[in-house]
Design a protein around this ligand. Structure first.
Ligand SMILES: Nc1ncnc2c1ncn2[C@@H]1O[C@H](COP(=O)(O)OP(=O)(O)OP(=O)(O)O)[C@@H](O)[C@H]1O
Ligand SMILES: [Mg+2]
Length: 335
């Protein structure tokens, strides 16, 4: 493995231009990811997790544009490559798994046809070879009787099976990176765990890197090596998972960690939540986006957006105040 990360996203900005103003959906996202590793992206609904993922894939609607930053993937900047080049990269080097498998599967074609189409998109195989490869894909994702199942239509599969097929299709071309945007949210808890285990095991075999967007911090703990916390379009904290759980530095991350249920919780005590709501993304800028909800907000927080700082090796935080300064104000994860 080379020393250079597989993917480096630096100060990415993706804005949406609407009749009522410019929404800064992604407004300073920074992280890196090595081959074979998994990055979790967490943050409240609307914080820009999907827009970040879709920017890497360059899957943005007409009114959405990458207006700044870099997406360095191997030796290319995906923020700037031509669309024709991006089409080559999609599916071959980077695959995406969406929350709802029905958005990726076409109801009028058989499962077999759809897997073969993906396989054929980037490699020239005979029909027989493609069919054999499709059977292997179904076997790989644990679907029994694969020869028969190739003839089935998506509606004949359960939600969990459909998501297994999608994972198989994503992995079939041995991409270097898989972006999974809430891949198991639509599934029940047991199936969720099976699908995530499958993804992790396939990752061990293929060495692919994964970006996993999730609301579930338990999933991050189980699956990820590093984690990026997003708030209102910005990276507020990025660290190795163990470090983040042991040493979270940003007041928003504290709130997020406190809102995670634990087995030892008293069921009569309601879970902690962060009071207030995120800002309107058309109005952000010129202050810390979290200032109106932060217990430790000071004058500077209302006037300047904090820069990302490396506070410990590979641990980045965007807060005007250090851990010690926050502690002096009475700040800690237990407050
Ligand atoms: N086409 C669009 N036009 C204008 N604004 C958009 C568009 N698409 C997304 N946004 C805005 O970008 C912001 C970030 O959205 P995004 O879908 O990335 O959130 P998310 O973190 O993935 O949330 P969730 O957890 O609910 O999936 C939201 O405020 C959303 O309203
Ligand atoms: Mg989303």
């Amino acid at each position: 493995m080379s020393d250079k990360p597989l993917l480096q996203v630096k100060d990415l900005k993706t804005y949406f231009f609407t009749a009522s103003g410019t929404a800064k959906a992604v407004d300073g996202v920074t992280f890196s990811l090595d081959s074979g590793k998994t990055l979790g992206i967490v943050g409240e609904s609307g914080s820009g997790k999907s827009v970040t993922s879709n920017s890497i894939m360059r899957l943005l609607p007409k009114n959405g544009k990458i207006v700044g930053g870099e997406i360095l993937f191997e030796d290319k900047d995906l923020a700037k490559v031509k669309m024709s080049e991006m089409l080559e990269i999609r599916g071959k080097d980077i695959s995406m798994i969406f929350q709802d498998p029905m958005t990726s599967l076409d109801p009028v074609f058989t499962i077999g046809n759809q897997i073969m189409e993906v396989i054929n998109a980037h490699q020239k195989l005979s029909k027989k070879e493609a069919r054999e490869k499709a059977i292997q894909v179904l076997q790989m994702v644990g679907i029994s009787d694969p020869e028969q199942r190739l003839k089935a239509y998506p509606h004949e599969f359960s939600g969990g099976m459909r998501q297994r097929v999608i994972i198989g299709m994503a992995i079939a071309c041995q991409p270097k990176l898989i972006i999974a945007d809430e891949p198991t949210t639509a599934l029940d808890v047991t199936v969720q765990a099976q699908v995530l285990d499958l993804l992790k095991n396939l990752q061990k075999e293929t060495g692919t890197a994964i970006i996993l967007v999730t609301h579930n911090l338990g999933v991050v703990w189980r699956m990820c090596d590093t984690v990026m916390v997003m708030y209102a379009g910005k990276t507020v904290e990025y660290a190795e998972v163990k470090d983040l759980y042991a040493n979270a530095r940003h007041p928003y991350t504290w709130g997020l960690l406190k809102s995670m249920p634990k087995v030892t919780d008293d069921p009569n005590v309601p879970l902690a939540s962060i009071p207030g709501t995120p800002p309107d993304l058309k109005l952000t800028g010129g202050s810390c986006n979290f200032h109106n909800r932060c217990k430790y907000c000071q004058e500077i927080c209302m006037k300047e957006s904090p820069e990302m700082k490396e506070v410990a090796p590979n641990h980045f935080v965007a807060c005007h105040f250090s851990k010690e300064e926050l502690e002096k104000m009475g700040g800690s994860i237990d407050e």
